[in-house]
Design a protein around this ligand. Structure first.
Ligand code: FES
Length: 647
């Protein structure tokens, strides 16, 4: 770790070595002007390095004389050890002093895949789908048993696998495959660990040296997939797209309705498969992997998405008593489903404990390490649905509420997925309302993703620009303006955006986000009430969701989405569903553990809960009707109010 000290004021922040200096300033609540998203083009984020060193990329926005004096652009500079910098007057959006926030820490960053994997005990040498090379004995008149008997004998002799089942399709292919490469074959085996192994496909020769899996988070709004090298136990890359299903409806209920006819169901199934296939093709092309080398897809999705992916009708999920067709699903042939792969490639889905609690949450709970934890843990997955789980290794209670797609950047005027160019961190100057922002990839801003939206709205609230009901209060600066559809805040001017247009947040966007956060907060309150636990008793909070690389938990608490607890109790794991799917793709033990997690979850149905609606309405304010439940936000708001008055 390295300590960055910002002068004047002496505010410090601890960051990882190599951290971007602008991100460090954002974390320290040190206001500087930075309006190009960290692209290095606005030239406004100048800082003078007084002591220590930073590694800076050259910029045409600095003269040779500037560089000689020690000026750098914060967005193009990486921290190398402890450093002291001065923020010159021209880089500050106002002359009001920065809040004296003392020592702060960086917003909660995503753990790396390796850090995650290390947290969860598993054996990566035993994936649920394997490629087993078999040296078959060639038949002769003295040894003329069947081809299948030779395969079974080799499985027993070489791997200790008895009585493996085989499909008729695979049996039909067997004679040609066995003879194609001198009686050496590779069997694609389904080995769930708790059931008899099955031969899913046969390939000529020894192809066992390269085995890959595709882990998939089948989200309602976004589908994200990762390519995993099963030999190296490494994630080679991951990629995401909005789901093709969106064309048939934004939310889960609309999809259920659309999937209630045979044609609609097949259309939705095909769209999910097409999106996954497209992402897979891209990942394979980027990493030199052929389709034949994929042995499995392991997919985690909510219950409706899982039904749709498998072509199972979700119709009865929508009406009382809300019954799914199944909670666990048979493995199926991925290629026959329309996915890229080779003979025997399997499509495996994680179990869905209830109609509104799916494999994505089971995967997230697995990735968060809760099945091994003694601590009372609150797990919150924030997506189109907000799913909440409370418990430990001994018990789990869960509920689900509709949050809408706002956190994934849809239904927001300039919202976008957490991809390059998305504004992901925002600070707003209390006096001038000038924003300081950073985008994913430090590219020119194209839009705003979930974490940027959370940051921006909580900052506008703390600056006094928003009333507690989410409407704009201050209209005296150029950044807030009236438009036909209501007031809006200009986050990025057209000349600094990558789209050539202003990037704004309006009252409808804020209302959408407030509804979403209120639903999640009310869901948490209901769970706490159900198990009779006070918020303070929660020892760990794990937040999952496709927000971006960073999520500032303090801003999330300021919004009133999560209970106010010490920041060190929070972790942000990003896409928990995808992490869990990755782990299950690598380890049959973890796949079996996912089933046990699903079995032990007690589901609390919010639609019949007497308290939920009251709790929801109370949460439709910033941060909540009862401000005393958010003492830190109350104090911060008063502190900023003092600055507003002085300014
Ligand atoms: Fe650094 Fe614009 S040049 S934020």
């Amino acid at each position: 770790m390295a300590t960055v000290t910002f002068e004047p004021g002496g505010t410090t922040v601890d960051v990882h070595e190599g951290e971007n200096l602008l991100r460090a300033a954002i974390a320290a609540d040190v206001q500087i002007t930075a309006s190009c998203g960290g692209d290095g083009t606005c030239g406004k984020c100048r800082m003078l390095v007084e002591h220590g060193s930073v590694e800076s990329r050259p910029s045409s926005r600095l003269t040779d004389e500037d560089a000689e004096k020690g000026y750098v652009l914060a967005c193009l500079s990486a921290v190398r050890g402890d450093v002291r910098v001065t923020v010159p007057a021209e880089s500050r959006p106002s002359h009001a002093p920065a809040p004296g926030s003392g020592n702060r820490r960086v917003p909660n960053a995503l753990l790396s895949a390796e850090e995650h994997v290390a947290r969860v005990p598993h054996d990566p040498s035993e994936p649920p789908v394997t490629a087993r090379v078999l040296s078959l004995t060639a038949p002769d008149l003295a040894n003329n048993c069947s081809d299948l008997a030779r395969v079974r004998h080799a499985l027993r002799r070489e791997y200790g696998i008895n009585d493996a089942a085989i499909s008729l399709e695979t049996l039909r292919a067997l004679p040609d495959v066995a003879r194609a490469k001198g009686w050496t074959v590779t069997a694609i085996m389904a080995e769930p660990g708790d059931a008899t192994p099955a031969i899913c496909g046969l390939r000529p020769g020894d192809t066992s040296d390269r085995q890959f899996a595709i882990a998939v988070d089948v989200g309602t709004t976004t589908i994200e997939a990762a390519l995993i090298d099963l030999f190296a136990s490494e994630t080679m890359g991951q990629s995401a797209e909005y789901s093709d299903q969106i064309a048939l409806g934004e939310d889960v209920i609309t999809r259920v309705i659309a999937g209630s006819t045979a044609e609609g169901l097949e259309d939705l199934r095909r769209r999910a498969v097409t999106t996954i296939g497209r992402i897979t093709e891209r990942l394979c092309a980027e990493h030199g992997v052929s389709h034949d080398e994929i042995t499995s897809y392991v997919a985690a999705g909510n219950t409706v998405m899982t039904h749709l992916l498998l072509g199972i009708s979700p119709a009865n999920i929508r009406t009382a008593p809300y019954v799914p067709v199944a909670a666990t699903f048979p493995w199926t042939n991925a290629v026959e489903s329309g996915l890229p792969g080779g003979p025997g490639t399997q499509l495996v889905t994680l179990p869905c404990p209830a109609s509104w609690l799916g494999g994505d949450i089971v995967a997230g709970v697995l990735a968060a390490g809760i099945p091994w934890s003694d601590k009372l843990t609150l797990f919150v997955d924030i997506g189109t649905n907000g799913e909440i789980v409370l418990g430990s290794k001994d018990w789990l209670a869960a509920c689900s509420c509709s949050a809408g797609p706002a956190f994934e950047g849809r239904g927001i005027t300039h919202g976008m997925r957490a991809a390059e160019g998305a504004v992901e961190l925002v600070r707003v100057d209390t006096e001038t309302l000038e924003p300081m922002l950073l985008t994913i990839g430090s590219a020119k801003p194209l839009g705003i993703c979930g974490s940027g939206l959370v940051d921006c709205i909580s900052e506008l609230f703390l600056c006094g620009a928003l009333n507690r009901d989410g409407t704009f209060q201050r209209h005296d600066g150029s950044r807030i303006r009236e438009r036909e559809r209501g007031a809006e805040y200009v986050l990025v001017w057209a000349e600094e955006s990558g789209t050539g247009s202003d990037i704004v947040i309006n009252e409808t966007d804020i209302e959408n986000l407030m509804r979403a956060k209120a639903a999640i907060h009310a869901g948490i309150d209901v769970l706490l009430e159900t198990v009779d636990v006070e918020p303070d008793a929660i020892e760990e909070v794990v937040v999952a969701g496709g927000f971006g690389h960073y999520l500032d938990i303090e801003r999330v608490m300021t919004l009133g989405m999560l209970p106010e607890l010490p920041a060190e109790r929070f972790q942000f794991i990003g896409n928990g569903s995808l992490f869990g799917a990755r782990l299950a793709a690598k380890s049959r033990g973890l796949l079996a553990r996912a089933q046990r997690v699903a079995d032990m979850m007690t589901y609390v149905e919010l639609s019949v809960n007497a308290s939920f609606m009251d709790m929801y309405v109370s949460s439709l304010f910033l941060p909540h009707t009862d401000l005393h439940r958010f003492p830190r936000t109350e104090a911060l708001y008063s502190q900023r109010a003092t600055i507003r008055t002085v300014g």
